[in-house]
Design a binder for this molecule. Structure first.
Ligand SMILES: [Zn+2]
Length: 188
């Protein structure tokens, strides 16, 4: 599988598996942030997760997928898997991905992607206010972080992928999560 096919598969998982779950979960009062755990060899999903703040404010999309994944009686090693998140994970989720042993993280958007208003201000503020840093280091001893949007923008033969990405952005733009009382009084 070449690099373009990999990007295509990851976008397909966002559109066909993460988005339908998120669209249903925002009806229950949850946020739009979803994630998937994907086999690195076949690029098929093993688990999909959604923000589940209604049940527990710690159940972000990443934590939800991890909790479900580790309940599987038989599961691949995280080293054989890709963690796919809609947006740059918050400090809690980035640490959880590292603790779980994932070595490859893909995000659809990075917090600094100006045109995608996906960032949760609380998450950005926590990096800054708790740790004095701006976010995740893309290269660190635990995992390598890649941006789908950046990889798609970089390719000269990615016309179809760009169209699919536009379609995905429109789907997210149409989602309207209910207000939520964030810690630190930031809105998001
Ligand atoms: Zn999080």
């Amino acid at each position: 599988m070449n690099g373009t096919e990999k990007l295509q598969r990851l976008l397909d998982i966002v559109r066909d598996e993460i988005i339908p779950l998120s669209e249903s979960e925002i009806q229950r009062g949850n946020h739009i942030f979803g994630s998937a755990i994907v086999r690195a060899d076949t690029l098929t999903s093993v688990m999909v997760g959604s923000d589940n703040r209604v049940e527990n404010p710690l159940f972000h999309g990443e934590i939800d997928a991890l909790n479900r994944f580790f309940k599987l009686p038989v599961r691949p090693s995280p080293k054989e898997l890709i963690f796919l998140s809609i947006n740059d994970p918050c400090p809690m989720c980035a640490s959880a991905i590292a603790w779980a042993g994932f070595e490859e993280l893909w995000v659809l958007f990075e917090t600094k992607d100006a045109e995608a208003d996906f960032s949760m201000p609380s998450a950005d503020l926590m990096y800054r206010d708790l740790f004095g840093v701006e976010g995740i280091r893309a290269e660190n001893p635990y995992f390598e972080k890649h941006s789908l949007k950046k990889a798609i923008s970089a390719g000269s033969n990615h016309e179809e992928l760009r169209k699919l990405l536009e379609e995905i952005i429109k789907r997210y733009d149409a989602m309207q999560p209910a207000p939520f009382d964030y810690p630190g009084n930031s809105s998001g």
